[in-house]
Write a protein that binds this ligand. Structure first.
Ligand code: 5AD
Ligand code: SF4
Length: 445
């Protein structure tokens, strides 16, 4: 008997990892919606569960493996289809089928999902994990997940060509490809129509966005950004992630020019040691990086600057680590994502650069990085006291019904008193009255 694609079935989606995975989960929801799967946020009511996975570090993979075995436990008591998607699906393939998954689908295989789910409904296991050089899913309109963030993530490019020596992404997400300008603008228009107030343009390396149309005309990231800013003056626009080597002044000038493009740049440092950066194949040294920071400060004086950094890469010495701390201090980041190095099978580093920093040393260095950033975040927030910011309201504050939470352009959370006219999406001028490491408190002026 053929599976009945018209009856209502319920789909539960669980997302791990980066913003690209959140955007992909919204695509998966759209694709499975066409064959009768309606989203649910109740696992107990689901006929199928999709786990969208991340391979960036080993602990991310271990968490998913634990989750998969829990789901297999649930499947012993009732019929449920278990699909594993995303980077782990691409990297591990068949191994996940033998660990109990019914469906395995990599990031470029989501158009196969109707077929894969039809097979699974008949009790057959299936896998689709070919990488594509062209797939951007540009014709599909993502479906908002029940858990979606305030901002709507708009994927503008997929994949990565950088091959940083430690990174698994080029292997799990394939080569860089940019999505058409038209399809990006159309997607943003639907978000605006649906009452969204903010969008975030996302890609592994957004500043190498480069779309070539049929006439051979190319659009750079700076051009795309100004186009989006001009067409959607009422939306706040953010973007992530930027690679320091591609963070050109024309992008900075575009950010400075448009009031609706947020003054915030996430600029991954990774390491403060030029020797380590070379081993990482990052294509910049510390002087180049600091020159970018100076340009940001010059062109966008009130820009928020955040980063990614990790310790314990191959051969990292105490001196290299101190350099990282010194650069963090010199830049004075507003916040940071901080990690320890996790060797990923198949990368250049796994093949050629020994994972030789002992676990206890990695741990201690990470604690030092976190302690420093905690102080830097507090100092950054303290500098904002008595200043006035445009704050976009995102919703009720978690701790009190009489307060709302919003965000500055610099991407800092601000808590202020609620008022009847303060609706989600409104932008108000707020004077900061006090600060903690994580939040600013303010009053409307
Ligand atoms: N180990 C630790 N951190 C990593 N990152 C990427 N690959 C690894 C790895 N193998 C970090 C980088 C990157 C962020 C998304 O994750 O800081 O910017
Ligand atoms: Fe990984 Fe480097 Fe590409 Fe970022 S730029 S996804 S760290 S290879």
């Amino acid at each position: 008997m053929l599976a009945d694609h018209t009856s209502q079935k319920h789909l539960f989606i669980e997302t791990y990892g980066c913003q690209m995975n959140i955007a992909d989960s919204e695509l998966i929801a759209a694709i499975l919606g066409t064959v009768g799967y309606e989203l649910t946020d109740d696992l107990a009511a689901a006929d199928a569960v999709v786990v969208n996975t991340c391979s960036i570090r080993d602990n991310a993979e271990q968490r998913v493996k634990g989750r998969l075995s829990e789901l297999c436990g649930i499947r012993k008591h009732r019929k449920i289809i278990i699909g594993i998607m995303g980077c782990m699906a691409q990297r591990l393939g068949d191994e996940l089928l033998s660990m109990g998954a019914d469906i395995v689908a990599g990031p470029d295989s989501y158009r196969d999902l109707p077929h894969l789910f039809a097979e699974a409904e008949l009790g057959h296991k299936s896998i689709s994990a070919a990488l594509s050089t062209t797939e951007t899913y540009s014709d599909l309109r993502p479906v908002r997940l029940p858990s979606s963030a305030f901002t709507a993530f708009v994927s503008i490019m997929r994949g990565c060509n950088n091959f940083c020596s430690y990174c698994i992404v080029p292997y799990t997400r394939g080569r860089e490809r940019s999505r058409s300008v038209q399809s990006i603008l159309e997607e943003i228009a639907t978000y605006q129509m649906n009452g969204r107030h903010e969008i975030t343009l996302i890609g592994q390396n957004v500043n190498s966005y480069n779309y070539k149309d049929e006439q051979g005309n190319t659009t750079s990231f700076a051009t795309l950004l100004s186009e989006v800013a001009t067409q959607f003056p009422d939306l706040r626009i953010r973007f992530t992630t930027s690679h320091p080597k591609d963070m050109t002044d024309d992008i900075l000038e575009t950010i400075a020019k448009y009031p609706n493009v947020c003054n915030h740049i996430h600029l991954p440092l990774q390491s403060g040691s030029s020797r380590i950066l070379k081993l990482m194949n990052r294509h910049y040294n510390i002087d180049d990086y600091m020159a970018r920071i100076e340009s940001i400060r010059r062109i966008i004086p009130d820009c928020g600057i955040t980063t990614d950094v990790f310790c314990g890469f191959s051969s990292e010495t105490e001196e290299d680590h101190k350099e990282t701390l010194r650069i963090m201090e010199e830049v004075g980041y507003d916040s940071a994502f901080m990690f320890q190095y996790s060797e990923r099978p198949g990368t250049y580093a796994a093949k050629h650069l020994p994972d030789d920093v002992p676990a206890d040393v990695k741990n201690r260095r990470l604690q030092e990085i976190i302690a420093l950033q905690n102080r830097l975040s507090l100092e950054s927030n303290n500098r904002d006291v008595n200043k006035v910011f445009d704050v976009m309201i995102e919703g009720r504050a978690r701790r009190s019904a009489e307060q709302v939470i919003g965000r500055t352009q610099q991407n800092k959370a601000v808590v202020l008193d609620a008022a009847p006219d303060l609706k989600v999406g409104s932008i108000v001028k707020v004077k900061i009255t006090s600060a903690s490491q994580a939040t600013l408190l303010g009053e409307r002026i």
